[in-house]
Design a protein around this ligand. Structure first.
Ligand code: MD6
Ligand code: FE
Length: 217
């Protein structure tokens, strides 16, 4: 079958590099075809627009978010949870594009982790200067299922600590097209994104996007 990743031209451009950082944290460099992913994000955000969620403490999150999949991650007066309905439009979220699922499958194979079926894809959009505070992802019913994350656009510094907020933090550079997998122990680690910096060599690149493919139920 012809697909994105069996195309020799595409493979020659991307030639992914798998880096095992330990404790189930895997980074795959140059995996995602960025233009195609950005096209899908644009389509998804025309249906379910990017919006600012509130934290349970009542503060707005810095990044804007939307979702695709059976479930979407939202925050409202009930706190953080997954919902089948996008409350902005009162409709189901749109489906996860086939190419995201293909990318997810390929990333699981390369990282040698068991394949799972994502039912939720959270999309974050960061402007320059915005970041995300240290947090653990624990709103999923199956908290042991890995999370696959795809970085697009501007670079980010990904901070990863441990199971306690006080644990020492390591920093990893995430570039356009990089995939990160949090599995095993690292699935439960605190992590965050430092404020995004502009790229002086690409002054027209104004955003970073992050897709996370999850099994929420
Ligand atoms: C981001 N990522 O990269 C934020 N969570 O913008 C996350 O919060 C994240 O990259 C769980 C698993 C992987 C991640
Ligand atoms: Fe997270």
């Amino acid at each position: 079958m012809h697909d994105l990743f069996s195309d020799p031209i595409n493979q020659a451009q991307t030639s992914p590099i798998v880096i095992h950082h330990g404790q189930g944290l895997v980074q795959i460099k140059h995996l995602a075809p960025s233009q195609l992913c950005l096209f899908h994000i644009q389509q998804i955000s025309q249906y379910s627009p990017f919006r600012k969620m509130m934290t349970p403490m009542g503060h707005p999150m810095q990044a804007m978010t939307t979702n695709c999949g059976i479930y979407g991650w939202i925050s409202d007066n009930k706190g953080y949870h997954y919902s089948e309905i996008d409350p902005e439009i009162n409709k189901h979220w749109t489906t996860i594009p086939a190419e995201f699922l293909q990318l997810h499958k390929y990333a699981c194979e390369l990282a040698n982790i068991p394949l799972f079926n994502p039912d939720a894809c959270l999309i974050n959009q960061y402007q320059i200067g915005q970041g995300m505070g240290l947090h653990q992802d624990k709103d999923e019913m199956d908290r042991n299922s890995p999370i696959i994350s795809i970085s697009l656009g501007l670079n980010a510094i990904f901070q990863v600590g441990g199971k306690s907020r006080k644990d020492p933090i390591k920093e990893y550079l995430l570039e356009d097209g990089d995939v990160v997998i949090l599995s095993n122990e690292s699935r439960h680690f605190y992590h965050g994104i430092k404020p995004i910096k502009p790229n002086p060599l690409s002054p027209n690149c104004l955003f970073r996007y992050n897709l996370t493919l999850r099994k929420s139920h």
